[in-house]
Design a protein around this ligand. Structure first.
Ligand code: NAI
Ligand code: MG
Length: 370
């Protein structure tokens, strides 16, 4: 029997509250599923700074690199607003992403039928929506050099960001897109701005070439990133996987997120390159939301984004797609029964806290597993 090692990093604010519900779901699959789970918990973010003076320790980074999957809660809060910049809570997450070279960021946008009313779009446009935005996470405009602000002779200032991509960086993210699409509906849209950006021209060429080589069974469409933004609110269900660079991915993933209602619902995954020996990718899974200091410690947080993040770990790191589907089904059923945390509350629904929502999902899991 396979045993998967999970490193749990609950972090700050509501992080530990939602992670406690994840642990109950892990225990459920450990008991009933085909595989076993071994979990270890460590500090990250503000709580780690308080204890060790850094946002993440070398020891924890080493454990993260060895684990089959890292499950991350959230970091930050007003308590740490004044800590030195290099030790701020977010530095812990950024270091993990960088040291593990997590270049592929997956943000699914899934609209549960019970929540279709919460979207800003009409029900028929979003009901049953299931798309995946794949964002390049370690290159492009946010990291390219030079990145500077200088004062010119006439006293004016001049600021520069540089958008840079190499063949290798585009190829590896394109390959992830085709791999993912093959397990979904087999369609990839590659979004860039080849009409005005030379990095867009290269992006387009490399994605096309990678598709010819490694895109068997997948249909590839090219779309301009601005047109893609428009189509996402006009007719989002036409998409399956959308792959794009770091900057466009930041925008498009936030736009897609809003199609589905609350931030408390959104999971994400960040993947690295496959290990040449084992084929396994380094991976970190986390809810999109932050530490929500306004509701922390009150038992009000929605644990669905965190539980769905564990679901993504099952799918992408543990080869347990059936169990991942089970989690999605249980969440949908729980919402259909009317359970709502405060962030999702609608008239005539049943308002519950973090633990009750976790319990309701566990009940549905048990039911669905028979
Ligand atoms: P946030 O996501 O923490 O909260 C935004 C709003 O959504 C708040 O009203 C919050 O109560 C609500 N919310 C968020 N998650 C929820 C959940 N699971 N259930 C119910 N309601 C939820 O973003 P904000 O307020 O901008 O940042 C708060 C702190 O979190 C800051 O210190 C920020 O730096 C940090 N942060 C950390 C992230 C991470 O760890 N990856 C990501 C974003 C922010
Ligand atoms: Mg963003």
């Amino acid at each position: 029997m396979t045993t998967h090692s999970l490193l749990l990093l609950p972090g700050d604010g509501i992080g530990p509250e939602v992670m406690a519900e994840v642990e109950r779901v892990v225990a459920f699959f450990d008991k009933t599923g085909k595989d076993k789970f071994k979990t270890e918990t460590a500090l990250v973010g503000g709580c780690c700074f308080d204890k060790h003076g850094v946002a993440v320790t070398d020891e924890t980074v080493a454990k993260a690199a060895k684990a089959d999957a890292v499950i991350f809660g959230a970091v930050g809060g007003p308590k740490w607003d004044k800590v030195p910049y290099e030790h701020r809570p977010e530095a812990g997450l950024l270091r993990l992403r960088k040291d593990l070279d997590l270049f592929a960021n997956l943000r699914p946008a899934l609209c549960y039928p019970a929540l279709a009313e919460a979207s800003s779009l009409k029900r028929e446009l979003v009901e049953g929506l299931d798309i995946l935005i794949l964002r390049e996470l370690t290159g492009g405009t946010y990291f390219g050099l030079p990145k500077e602000m200088v004062t010119l002779e006439n006293g004016e200032k001049r600021a520069v960001d540089t958008t840079v991509y190499t063949t290798h960086e585009i190829e590896r993210i394109a390959r992830v897109a085709f791999d993912l699409a093959r397990k979904r509906r087999g369609l990839v849209h590659s979004a860039e701005k080849r009409n005005v950006m030379i990095t867009g021209v290269l992006w387009n060429q490399v994605v096309t070439a990678t598709h010819a080589k490694d895109g068997k069974g997948v249909k590839l469409e090219h779309i301009l990133a601005d047109a893609c933004a428009m189509q996402l609110v006009r007719n989002p269900k036409q998409f399956d996987v959308i792959v794009c660079d770091n900057l466009f991915g930041d925008m498009l993933s936030d736009e897609a997120a809003m199609l589905t209602g609350s931030i408390g619902m959104l999971p994400s995954a960040s993947l690295g390159a496959p290990d040449p020996k084992t084929g396994k990718r380094k991976a970190l899974y986390e809810p999109v939301h932050g530490s929500a200091p306004d509701i922390a410690g009150k038992g009000l947080a929605n644990p669905i984004a965190a539980i769905a993040s564990y679901g993504m770990a099952l799918r992408y790191s543990c080869d347990m797609a059936k169990e991942a589907d089970l989690i999605d089904t249980a969440i949908a059923a729980t919402l259909a029964r009317g359970f709502r945390t405060g962030d999702l509350m609608q008239p005539n629904m049943r308002q519950v806290g973090t633990v009750e929502m976790g319990s309701a999902i566990l009940e549905e899991l048990a039911r669905a597993a028979g």
